[in-house]
Design a protein around this ligand. Structure first.
Ligand code: SF4
Ligand code: SF4
Length: 117
C-alpha cells in the first residue's frame, strides 16, 4: 500500500468503523501505476489483464480508476464492508477521511472522532 502522508496532530482524528459507505459511493477510486502493479500482483493477475478488466479511465482523464459495479459500488467491495484488496488498497481509500474529504462527508461517513493528542 502507498504511504499515507503524515497527519496534523492538532486536528481530530476520525477512526474508521468500516461501515463501507465510502466504497459504495459512485465515482472514481483512483489508482496510481504503482498501485496497479501492487494490486495485480496481490491478486495474482497479469497486470495488463488487470488493467483491462478492473480499471477504466478516471473522470478527469488523468489516470485509472477501479471500475464500479452496476450498482455504483467499488468492484472490490464484498458484502457490506469487506475490501477484497484491503492490505493493498489505494491511498485514496486509506486516506479518507483524515487525509482528504469533501464538503458533507460527515453525513455519509460513520467514522468516530477521536480527540487530538
Ligand atoms: S478498493 Fe477497497 S477500500 Fe477502496 S473503494 Fe474499493 S472496496 Fe473500498
Ligand atoms: S465511510 Fe468512513 S467509517 Fe465508513 S468505511 Fe469509509 S472511512 Fe470508514
Amino acid at each position: 500500500m502507498s504511504e499515507i502522508p503524515s497527519l496534523d496532530s492538532s486536528k481530530p482524528y476520525y477512526q474508521c468503523v468500516r461501515c463501507g459507505n465510502c466504497c459504495r459511493w459512485p465515482g472514481d477510486v483512483n489508482v496510481t501505476p504503482e498501485e496497479v502493479s501492487t494490486i495485480a500482483a496481490f491478486l495474482g493477475r497479469d497486470e495488463a489483464e488487470f488493467i483491462s478488466s478492473c480499471t477504466r479511465l478516471n473522470a478527469n482523464r488523468t489516470g485509472l480508476s477501479i471500475i464500479d459495479k452496476p450498482n455504483g459500488e467499488c468492484l472490490f467491495l464484498e458484502g457490506v464492508n469487506t475490501c477484497q484488496i484491503q492490505s493493498v488498497k489505494p491511498i485514496q481509500c486509506a486516506g479518507f477521511p483524515n487525509v482528504w474529504n469533501f464538503p458533507g462527508w460527515r453525513e455519509k461517513c460513520e467514522a468516530v472522532e477521536v480527540a487530538a493528542s
